[in-house]
Design a protein. Structure first.
Length: 54
């Protein structure tokens, strides 16, 4: 009984850890991509605006 309980707990913990790690990685990747895109867009807009003003 305890053995099964321990196994269940271990699998649950492992699954939780894996899910957390995956979520964190995905979130980091998404944030990086979003930041890069935002920066690129801002730069492009600034350049376009500057070119237009000139």
């Amino acid at each position: 009984f305890f053995f099964f309980f321990f196994l269940f707990f271990f699998f649950f913990f492992f699954f939780f850890f894996f899910f957390f790690f995956f979520f964190f990685f995905f979130f980091f990747f998404f944030f990086f991509f979003f930041f890069f895109f935002f920066f690129f867009f801002f730069f492009f807009f600034f350049f376009f605006f500057f070119f237009f003003l000139k």
